[in-house]
Design a protein around this ligand. Structure first.
Ligand SMILES: C=C(O[C@@H]1C=C(C(=O)O)C=C[C@H]1O)C(=O)O
Length: 294
């Protein structure tokens, strides 16, 4: 029989903690060594949209979910300062346009995405007054499999060379940062407020720190698996992506939430961070500028 007094890492009445992480290369530095740091947990890898659905349905206790999904439930809480974000070109989130962005009438959205899907809709409406008809691009399919005016791709397949000549290719990280002057956070570790995770939040940050120490090995493996040059993968993991949720990233998140909420794509309840008192929130829509990145 399990003595619960002696198994402090067990939760849900003695069961193992279920952690869900993104299956793409972008998350490898966050989970390198995580299983060893959390022997009391089970780690599941999946696409971001599925992780969000599994956390919502209670099939996971904590998951690396699309940031827009963290705004969807006031009962959610960000539990770690580890995240997937960018301060410029992200390289793996691209909008492939067959026409000028202002002329897009049909938009195919990567089935694995929630955040970049919302960001694309926000940017097209805010910047061009465009509200395209939407369709889903199933996970296994390529841009060539659909005839939409624009196709959003995220993750590993978005890094591969495009198969046709497009009118315009947006790197969504680059577009956001040049538009707002703030970083963009794609994914964060989220759990329900009442879910006791024991040492998992601390271990998530520790795993990120350890992962970044092994970024050469991770890049070598990634380059072999995706058949991409090592230098490209190394640059992706060390320059394009940032893995720490700092004050500038939080400001970017708040602005994204305000914009997404104003387009009916997100809830407006301010995010909660585990272990922190809730702060009064200042609207950012009029204050975002490049100095916020400092
Ligand atoms: C940078 C990326 O961030 C991802 C984008 C997400 C989204 O669009 O919902 C969710 C999780 C992240 O893995 C990427 O997938 O390339």
């Amino acid at each position: 029989m399990i003595d619960r007094q002696r198994t402090p890492h067990m939760d849900r009445h003695g069961q193992r903690i279920r952690i869900g992480a993104v299956t793409y290369l972008n998350s490898k530095p966050l989970i390198e060594g995580l299983s060893a740091l959390c022997p009391f947990a089970d780690l599941v890898l999946d696409y971001p949209s599925r992780l969000a659905d599994d956390l919502a349905r209670g099939r996971l206790d904590v998951a690396l979910i699309p940031s827009v999904e963290a705004f969807s439930d006031p009962d959610y809480e960000v539990v770690s300062d580890a995240c997937v974000s960018t301060r410029g070109e992200v390289f793996s989130v691209k909008l492939y346009c067959r026409v000028h962005p202002g002329e897009i009438k049909t938009l195919a959205l990567d089935e694995g995405s929630r955040t970049s899907a919302a960001l694309t809709k926000v940017m097209l409406e805010e910047r061009f007054g465009v509200t395209p008809k939407l369709q889903s691009l199933p996970l296994g399919q390529s841009t060539a499999s659909c005839t939409a005016d624009a196709v959003l791709l995220i993750g590993d397949r978005a890094m591969l060379p495009p198969q046709e000549d497009f009118h315009t290719v947006w790197d969504l990280g680059d577009e956001w940062v040049r538009w707002t002057g703030l970083p963009f956070v794609f994914a964060m570790w989220v759990a329900r407020k009442d879910c006791a995770l024991q040492s998992v939040p601390t271990q998530l940050s520790a795993a990120r720190d350890a992962g970044l120490l092994h970024v050469e090995e991770i890049s070598k493996r990634g380059s072999e698996q995706l058949h991409l040059p090592y230098d490209m993968v190394y640059r992706y993991l060390t320059r394009n992506l940032h893995f720490k949720l700092g004050p500038a990233e939080r400001a970017g998140l708040r602005l994204f939430q305000e914009l997404a909420a104003s387009h009916g794509l997100a809830g407006a309840t301010p995010l909660s961070f585990r272990g922190e008192a809730e702060e009064p929130v200042r609207p950012l829509l009029v204050t975002a500028d490049a100095t916020s990145l400092a």
